[in-house]
Design a protein around this ligand. Sequence first.
Ligand code: WT7
Length: 576
Amino acid sequence: MKSDVYTKHPDPKKPANLDDYDRVYRSFDWKQARKEIDWFDGVTMNAAYNAIDRHTQTWRKNKIALYWEDEDGSTKQYTFEQLSLLSNKMGNILKDFGVTRGQRVFIFLPRVPELYISFLGILKIGAIAGTLFSAFQEQALADRLGNSDAEVVITNTELKKRIDKVRSKLPALKHIITIDSPDFATSMEHASDELHIAHMDPDEYAFMLYTSGTTGKPKGVVHVHRAILQEHMTAKWVLDLRDDDTYWCTADPGWVTGIAYEILGSWSCGVTAVVFAGRFDPKRWYQLLDKYKVTVWYTAPTAIRMLMAAGSALVKEFDLSALRHMCSVGEPLNPEAITWAIKTFDKPFHDTWWQTETGAISIANFPCLDIKIGSMGKPVPGIHAAIVDDTGRECKPNEEGHIAIKPKWPSMMHTIWRRPQKYKSYFEHGWYISGDRGMRDADGYFWFIGRADDVIKTAGERVGPFEVESALVAHPGVVEAGVIGKPDAMRGEIIKAFVVLTESQKSKVKSQKSADAFKEELSQYVKKHLAGHSYPREIEFIDKLPKTRSGKIMRRILKAKEMGLPIGDTSTLEEY
Ligand code: WT7
């Protein structure tokens, strides 16, 4: 691959945590990472204990673990010891509700401190934590809480209303804890801050996250306590976290990045973290970088492109001289964004590749390696990543194939909740097949090409077309719908829906104005019932959807038509 190269000039006085990639990659074995983690009696562990409590036995006890700032500017801060004690209290409250090892406790909260405290408390008592993005609406909530049979949900008064709407469909749900209620305040006050932290087998479940594929309902990807090993090592090697850093990860714990690199891996490294609970806003983001003197920043391409659009002049209003390392994840990071960063911040973003299923960074641009601009970098030591063809054979350099990883690795998902067949389907010919297409060049750098399936990535968020189609079809005016990701310069992709209307609805949308109004109504309908972030920004009415003879919607054809590309092989099509 031809590309521009950003050459690193490492400072010998301040070497990166991983300063000789090739040597470490050749010799590293995950057994060597064991000593980075605290074990109970040598065999059992707890990921939350490693993230927080172990630091209270060291000088970090009174170190700030969390600087928290809300949209309105109010702030709070917590030391490692405070997070340890508060999450102990949370663990005790859950125990009082009868929560036991292995039960599912879901968190449905915006990025408030209680979210982090709850997550840690759940893991500490050996229960399984699930996170729900705060934009989810009733359908998304019913799917996830229903499939997981969650016994407890931790939420706030406002978000609880959405759960109440679907509560009748959730027989397993016994308790809803509202963190802004007087009851909760009293419980926190009275709960003991001493807790026996559950000693977990490394392969016991710790947390789960729902994510989307092409078909079917969202899948519950389950991770184990052992994952902390890889989350820790990658936070150290890729994010290059050190004790004097102030680190800001902009992700939400509703998604895996917010769990692995805002809670587990980053705190395991003992870093001081910043959490901003507010919405994206370029000026505010620069203010935060300046105010907290952020040194390491982990964010996503859509945000970077939006910062680019806000212009470089704005950046100059702030003192960002503390920033020393910047990383990105979630969707392709376009070369322009890196070149802009070099011009504007005097340093590049380091692209990292991984997935909800891989549990931690798997391929990355390392601080000690030159960056081939546009590439995702090289595999993490201990990870055997490859490009393979349909038969599992490794491809030649620059040949396109599936991005695959050799099982197992410490942060690999351990199951898909209640769907063992689905879990099995990820593994073929001795490889984990990621669902992404890519290639590797002769120097061993990986390049992303695209998804192998119909999964949509909009503003870095993974959306399954089937969920959106189902939400649209629930509207009485809709017969059927086909949903695709349409390339978008800012958001990577936007959700576009092709919708077949009922005859009576068709007669109501004859004029342009009424058609536009109905499109808006459908967008709002999805927003209100499914999720605030996964609604179609573009809708087109269509007479008939292209389908296979067995009745499957051919989204590939909708996409080709949308992009003016050749439609390709249509021999299996119904009639088109
Ligand atoms: C999918 C996984 C893991 C953190 C958040 C995403 C896409 C991820 C990159 C990258 C191009 C990327 C892939 C992947 N993706 N990182 N650096 N370049 N695409 O987790 O929601 O499970 O999504 O995001 O398509 O399969 P996720």
